[in-house]
Write a protein that binds this ligand. Sequence first.
Ligand SMILES: Nc1ncnc2c1ncn2[C@@H]1O[C@H](COP(=O)(O)OP(=O)(O)OP(=O)(O)O)[C@@H](O)[C@H]1O
Ligand SMILES: [Mg+2]
Length: 408
Amino acid sequence: MLVTVRITSALIDPALLDLPWSTPLEEWPADHLVALPQGISRHVVRFVKLAGTVYAVKETGERVAEREYDLLRALERIGFPSVEAVAIVADRHAPDGEPLDPVLITRHLQFSLPYRALFSHTLRPETMARLLDALAALIVRMHITGFFWGDCSLSNTLFRRDAGAFAAYLVDAETGALHAKLSNGQRGEDLEIARVNIFGEALDLQAAGLLHESIDPEVVSEEVVQRYERLWHEITYEQEFQREDRHHVESRIRRLNEMGFDVAEVAMSLADRGAFKVRPKVVDAGYHTRRLLRLTGLDAEENQARRLLNDLDTYRAESDLSDEQQAAHRWLTEVFEPVVRAVPGHLRRKLEPTELFVQVIEHRWRLSEEAGRDVGLALAVQSFLADVLVHRPDEQAVLGVEVTQAVP
Ligand SMILES: Nc1ncnc2c1ncn2[C@@H]1O[C@H](COP(=O)(O)OP(=O)(O)OP(=O)(O)O)[C@@H](O)[C@H]1O
Ligand SMILES: [Mg+2]
């Protein structure tokens, strides 16, 4: 019998055709698969490696696959942190003619850690707090763009390191919907779903002995909501001020930028006694990420970008270069790239380059504090490679790598 499948994809990789589409995903032979940690899911999800790229393959319904594919593509267009949709494979049949479910293929998010991998040993409460911060920030960012998730949970989120914090990514958009704007009711509903899901996940972790004894599952889910509410208020509250205090508006915008939010416009209205009411319109997060990308072409997480920009600004001040673009280019080729190149091949899978650079400059700062003088970048790099990096686990998605003990 002739095997036919229908592939919908923006970027077709002919290697995709070689996968065993006439076999249910659950029964795929091990030689096609990559063992990587994954979250809990209703559908069968497997990872495959084709020509050096790892993909996640999820068997699901046709309508569901199309919806999720379209939504992920829409999120990608607006630069939202989510996994990238690659293709839908439909019209699958077993050799006996029995129809098989279509699959959705997404690109595996490199260096991402599902929460189960992070919890493979008990997390310190501070690490847990940073994880919840990242998740709350993801939901805020989602709601600013008008995206209703409908199934926010730890399992549907992936985490990447971000300069001592975490950056969260959406992995499962199946229940989502993109609107022009969300009402307070929609936001509340989304948060309620998050609260219930996360409570359940925290209970599971507790039952498995993976939750720190000082952490209460109910508090974990409450915390996500509270962190969300605080952040949402901070970026949307209406502020009243007198005409002569207009610099307060600028301070507010600066603070929002510092927190990583871009402000598109400021809505002003006249209040009583000649006062003004001001509400900034925050369009998206990623303020530092975008500035770094524009200056250097480096694509980093928000906190990483902030640190890298600080280093770049210091470099620019020290080298007396007034032109920002020129300074950025020199910093990239004379500072950033040499550090990344100094990592020997066998250590490159441990940390992605931007995170590595951030950790090197922090290491330099620590060594300098101890020594009471600046130890310099070259020495800091050597010491970081020899004393720190060699002891770290691999975090890149590669064949058979176990991401355990991933958190210090
Ligand atoms: N592109 C990807 N990169 C990394 N991991 C992924 C990717 N796609 C899926 N995963 C992993 O597979 C798990 C299950 O995927 P997903 O949540 O899409 O399945 P699901 O069956 O729709 O889930 P649910 O039960 O919530 O409906 C995720 O938690 C994640 O760990
Ligand atoms: Mg899921």
